[in-house]
Design a protein around this ligand. Structure first.
Ligand code: HEM
Length: 344
């Protein structure tokens, strides 16, 4: 890599690329929400073939009528179109990521912070399509669905990172770990909280896949504080999901309070996103309890998954805004050759 900032590299990343990265990040959130609706309404096998709905090339399945899914159960046009919409929105995401890949390879392949997120997202989207097919062919196995959810949410995080990274100068707007010790501590807490939240999403996905959500429902207070006895996997995953939720919620609150009290992070976008995360976690716990109260009605199960992905997005934004970054102005004013490529 050259050790001088060329005039082309000091320019901002193209607005079109930025917009496409933001659009892809938003599409990934929609894919997750529609995937959650597909699952909550038990529509995952409503299209018994892949990639077309009833035959390999059936991309406009019927809306009305009674049909039979991959398990021989009766399904309606709503089930079919939920599952099919999930595939269509995922297809849109695949096209957006393919366009980003072509763009990054043509213009920005010398910028690791733009190249790698797109390459990894492109691989992930293809693996997701394959997992989606395996889910259908294996008739929705719990482990595959959890893997599908985990990779989908991780791809969303990557695309948010890409969208944030593409705001600024091509070569110098790297995001890096903060240098200032207090901010570095906040950043570490934010990374740990984000990672734990992602783990919680995987555990929630598995809980749903093994149908363990109501394992302790008959206990006092809907079993929201019940710890045992644990005799089967459903009970174990149920306890882990609830208590990890309380731990994650506590961490998110501590993060939001510490950022608010911090001299140099208070009032900035990190504080805003930490507040959003805290508010969403509160809502998520209410939705979790409503899941129990309503015996897993889709009215709470669908938003419970969507809100989980929003918390992950908000925590990712918090972490990103705690990073140090060089803005275009300072880079243009004081070219610093040793900084090039130091961030991502
Ligand atoms: C940080 C907080 C939480 C997060 C991020 C979270 C996330 C999730 C996710 C991603 C799922 C899988 C949904 C799906 O695949 O459709 C799930 C399922 C579930 N969660 Fe949570 N959850 C949280 C807190 C809670 C709490 C506090 C409770 C109850 C007290 C709860 C109860 C449930 C239940 C019962 C299910 C199973 C739903 C089903 O079988 O479809 N969750 N959670």
């Amino acid at each position: 890599m050259s050790d001088v900032i060329s005039s082309a590299d000091a320019r901002p990343v193209r607005a079109g690329f930025r917009r496409l990265a933001v659009a892809a990040a938003i599409t990934s959130l929609v894919v997750i929400a529609v995937g959650g609706a597909t699952r909550a309404t038990d529509s995952g096998l409503a299209c018994p073939t892949w990639p077309g709905c009833f035959t390999g090339g059936d991309f406009l399945p019927p809306i009305t009528g009674e049909f039979v899914d991959g398990l021989g159960r009766n399904v309606t046009g709503i089930n079919i179109w939920l599952e099919h919409s999930h595939r269509l929105v995922a297809g849109l995401l695949a096209v957006q990521v393919a366009a980003l890949l072509v763009w990054v390879l043509r213009r920005y392949r010398h910028v690791p912070g733009l190249l790698w997120p797109v390459v990894v997202a492109a691989v992930a989207v293809n693996v997701q399509a394959l997992l989606g097919a395996l889910v259908v062919w294996n008739l929705v196995q719990a482990e595959l669905v959890t893997l599908h959810l985990g990779l989908g949410t991780a791809t969303m995080v990557l695309l948010i990172f890409l969208a944030a990274r593409s705001h600024g100068a091509v070569a110098t707007a790297g995001l890096r770990r903060p240098a200032e010790p207090n901010r570095a501590r906040l950043w570490r807490l934010s990374v740990i909280t984000t990672a734990m939240l992602w783990g919680q999403i995987l555990i929630g996905g598995h809980l749903s896949g093994i149908h363990g959500g109501l394992a302790f429902k008959s206990r006092p207070l809907l079993g929201i504080f019940t710890i045992g006895p644990i005799t089967i996997e459903e009970e174990a995953i149920n306890v882990v999901h609830r208590y990890l939720a309380y731990a994650v919620a506590a961490l998110v609150m501590v993060l939001a309070i510490r950022i608010k009290r911090s001299v140099d992070a208070a009032g900035g976008p990190a504080q805003l996103w930490a507040r959003v995360s805290a508010g969403l976690v509160g809502l998520q716990i209410v939705l979790g309890v409503t899941n129990l109260y309503s015996d897993l009605s889709y009215v709470s199960v669908i938003p419970h998954l969507a809100v989980a992905s929003w918390i992950l997005a908000a925590l990712t934004m918090t972490t990103i805004h705690l990073c140090d970054r060089d803005d275009l102005g300072s880079a243009a004013r004081t070219p610093a050759p040793d900084r090039i490529g130091a961030g991502v």
